[in-house]
Design a protein around this ligand. Structure first.
Ligand code: ZN
Length: 157
């Protein structure tokens, strides 16, 4: 059985673990993506800290990582419009397709930037840390110390 490295919330409480899990098979309408770079953000920090927000929404065990780029590694049998090796990214929010997050990416990022500025966040630059996967804890420490808003993790080549 082939395995992949994962960042996983094993159970309630502070912290996160780097471990391995079985590589899943894509369902007929899915693709399997080999992640190259993953972002950790404020949502992941909630999960890491295990605050009231996380406790009310997250059901561990859970592999975290909803922001990433990678390449398509395997196709479900119904997927015809994509190909193995294609570089992809994902947007983790399900939208109606008509609201702000369903419009052009530029508009979405503009709204995001406005939100960050309105809330006193320094956005230049947002990405200040690019770390190896093994240093995920360091990434959370930097975020907790307000030295980073978003941290990128090098997952695979
Ligand atoms: Zn996020």
């Amino acid at each position: 059985m082939s395995t992949m490295n994962v960042v996983k919330k094993q159970g309630p409480g502070r912290g996160i673990e780097i471990t391995t899990d079985a590589i899943p098979e894509p369902a007929p309408d899915e693709v399997l993506i080999k992640v190259n770079i993953a972002g950790i953000c404020g949502t992941d920090l909630h999960i890491y800290r295990w605050d009231a927000w996380a406790e009310s929404r997250v059901k561990p065990p859970l592999i975290i990582g909803h922001e990433f780029i990678g390449t398509i590694y395997a196709l479900g049998k119904n997927v015809k419009h994509l190909r193995i090796g294609q570089r992809v990214s994902a947007e983790g929010h399900i939208t109606c397709g008509r609201g702000i997050t369903g419009r052009r990416m530029f508009e979405t990022w503009y709204q995001c930037e406005s939100f960050l500025l309105k809330n006193g966040k320094v956005i230049d630059p947002i990405i200040t840390h690019v770390l190896d996967l093994e240093d995920v804890e360091k990434g959370f420490m930097e975020m907790e110390a307000n030295k980073a808003i978003k941290v990128l993790l090098k997952v695979s080549k």
